[in-house]
Ligand binder design. Structure first.
Ligand code: KIV
Ligand code: ZN
Length: 389
């Protein structure tokens, strides 16, 4: 259907929709526009800008993001009814490239909520996807809770949605229940079994309840998915969504075994991660992969010594590739003499061996009392040493 290379994976960012849905992560209108602009600039393919029917504010934000977008496709979410879909179209239609994303919960638990039989839901899917497609030629459909939907029913409704005109079928693991082998297998089976599946794009949308969202998303790509849905910092309901920075860097660093490309400029990752943390009010955990404060920091003597000799000893990515200027050698009680010498040199002090030994002893005493020894502390130690000797 497309002339996109077979190994190109589309990045669909839903920070402004699924991410913002996490309790307490509400962003202002101006903040949403700013994040959307950053996503657009970093090369995200599709930005899910919000849920236009949810509120007047969401509608306005999606409409304005649609108007300002320069490269990305702008998508809005809509439930499976005409009113939601019409409202969504009103908001996204201003975009250079608009998309309507409509969904309905297809698992037995979710079918019970609107109290629809399988046949009634199938008819609803047909009608709503057809309606969306009459408005917009780019329509995404999602069977919410797909990973807990009976195989025969999932297969059936995916076929209905494709026949009704969906151009992307997203397979959500809504409650983070699946595991990598199953995630790959599900997409593989759908592509093999559903007529018309090779004409459209399959997407994967994983939640992180069991900490497997990134692994499940990458496994789905192995199974044939060519769109990953994700958020900055993994922001999202409960334990969050697949983290954009993780999938982008995993595909970059392990291109040898996962030969798939994205259009994202990874050097913009750190900036947007920090901005999303600030505007959402959700700080990034220190040891978070890629963007955590400690992701490129080393304190132990053995690691610091290795890093000073060859950065590849303890780092599989270059800090510059995610937008950091350098690795951070944190000076603490585990640090060794080599790191101290190097740090002091950076600060403008070249000490003879005996002077370094003296400062090292004092440094260790201080490090035992303090978690981290800062540059100012080291400068003070050198000055005290000069005064004593
Ligand atoms: O997790 C989910 O199922 C969703 C859908 C709306 C795609 O976010
Ligand atoms: Zn979700």
């Amino acid at each position: 259907m497309t002339n996109r290379p077979e190994n190109r994976v589309l990045i669909f960012d839903t920070t402004l929709r699924d991410g913002e849905q996490s309790p307490g992560a509400t962003m202002t209108h101006a903040e949403k526009l700013e994040i959307a602009e950053m996503l657009d600039e970093m090369g995200v393919d599709i930005i899910e800008a919000g849920f236009p029917i949810a509120s007047e504010g969401d509608f306005k934000a999606v409409a304005e993001i649609a108007r300002q977008s320069k490269q990305a496709t702008i998508c809005g979410l809509a439930r499976a009814n005409f009113k939601d879909i019409d409202r969504c179209w009103e908001a996204v239609k201003h975009a250079r490239s608009p998309r309507i994303h409509t969904f309905i919960g297809t698992s037995p638990l979710h079918r019970a909520i609107p109290n629809l039989t399988q046949d009634e839901m199938a008819e609803r899917i047909h009608d709503t996807v057809t309606h969306a497609r009459n408005l917009c030629d780019n329509v995404q459909w999602s069977p919410m809770d797909a990973t807990r939907t009976e195989w025969d029913y999932l297969r059936r409704v995916v076929e209905i949605a494709i026949k009704a005109g969906a151009t992307t079928i997203n397979i959500p693991d809504t409650v983070g229940y699946t595991a990598p082998v199953e995630s790959a297998d599900l997409i593989r089976r759908l592509i093999a079994d559903v007529p018309g599946a090779d004409e459209i794009v399959f997407a994967t949308h994983c939640h992180n309840d069991l900490g497997m969202a990134t692994a499940n998303a990458l496994a789905a790509v192995e199974g044939g998915a060519r769109q990953i849905e994700c958020t900055i910092n993994g922001l999202g309901e409960r334990a969050g969504n697949t983290a954009l920075e993780e999938v982008v860097m995993a595909l970059k660093v392990r291109h040898d075994i996962m030969p798939y490309d994205t259009g994202v400029d990874s050097r913009k990752i750190m900036n947007i991660s920090r901005r999303v943390a600030t505007v959402s009010g959700f700080p990034v955990q220190f040891n978070k992969a890629i963007v955590g404060k400690n992701a490129f920091a080393h304190e132990s003597g053995i690691h610091q010594d290795g890093m000073l000799k060859n950065a590849e000893t303890f780092e599989i990515m270059r800090p510059e590739d995610v937008g950091l200027s350098a690795t951070n050698l944190v000076m603490g009680k585990h640090s060794g003499r080599a790191a101290l010498r190097s740090k002091l040199k950076e600060l403008g002090f070249e000490l003879a061996d005996n002077q370094l030994n003296d400062v090292f002893v004092r440094f260790k005493e201080l490090a035992d009392r303090k978690k981290e020894v800062y540059d100012e502390d080291l400068i003070a130690l050198v000055k005290q040493n000069d005064a004593v000797s």
